[in-house]
Design a protein around this ligand. Structure first.
Ligand code: PGA
Length: 251
């Protein structure tokens, strides 16, 4: 039913040639391999069109890391969901904690982005997660619930069915400090319960919920074995074939 997914988030790394080389090497590494999950690479906007021209979409799918909260017009420097889709990309990461923290992206802004992404046939990979202080004070469930409610819960059940979620505890991102397998499962089960209460159990069961935050070759298998963890959103370890492919193979 729901898909297992391993998605790379390159963040602001790799120039165009380096990006093309990495995708080429990933495809070579995946050639003739029986992969049991969808593999997505989310890269800077400027790479998308070129990578789309050389990518084998049966092996690797293409995604962006952001899109504008407006459809078009006088928004200098912004890139619309329609523009992203026109490159051939099929996915877009929205609401990453770095965007929330450094670029002031609120749930209200993200709600607009999600709708524009869906209107342009992009699959949002919608990120949620608490900061360390929130976890230490036991507020993680409330924080995550509010992010989901305010960012996604105005969607119809049909549109909601097109969304992928990524739980990324902010304290685990880029820190080498992964959530334990039990912490991940507990939160993912809570997220699924929250989705079921709004959209029904069938819709919740059909939603892929990825874990992100220092996921690597060493811990991926244990994390992905959890019943409610449907894959990973991978930052640092997605930048090299040798560190990314073993995560794909964890399924
Ligand atoms: P990390 O990043 O794997 O480097 O912790 C994950 C993310 O931010 O998506």
């Amino acid at each position: 039913m729901r898909k297992n997914i391993v998605a790379g988030n390159w963040k602001m790394n790799k120039n165009l040639q380096e990006g093309l080389d990495l995708v080429k090497d990933l495809q070579t590494a995946l050639f003739n391999k029986k992969v049991k999950c969808d593999v997505i690479v989310c890269m800077p906007f400027v790479h998308l069109a070129s990578v789309n021209g050389m990518i084998d979409k049966t092996k690797v799918k293409l995604g962006a890391q952001n899109c504008a909260d407006k459809a078009s017009g006088a928004y200098t420097g912004e890139v619309s969901a329609e523009m992203v889709a026109s490159t051939g990309a099929k996915y877009v990461i929205l609401g990453h904690s770095e965007r929330r923290a450094y670029y002031g992206e609120t749930n209200a802004i993200l709600k607009e982005k999600v709708q524009l992404a869906l209107a342009n046939n992009l699959t949002p990979i919608f990120c949620i997660g608490e900061v360390l202080a929130e976890r230490e004070s036991g507020k993680q469930n409330a924080v995550v619930k509010k992010q989901i409610e305010e960012g996604l819960f105005d969607l119809s059940v049909e549109d909601f069915g097109k969304v992928v979620l990524a739980y990324e505890p902010v304290w685990a991102i880029g820190t080498g400090k992964t959530a334990t397998s039990a912490q991940a499962q507990e939160m993912h089960a809570f997220i699924r319960q929250t989705l079921a209460a709004k959209y029904g159990q069938a819709a919740a069961d059909a939603t892929s919920i990825l874990y992100g935050g220092s996921c690597n070759a060493g811990n991926a298998k244990e994390l992905f074995t959890n019943p409610d963890v449907d894959g990973g959103l991978i930052g640092g370890a997605s930048l090299k074939v040798d560190t990314f492919i073993p995560i794909v193979e964890a399924f």
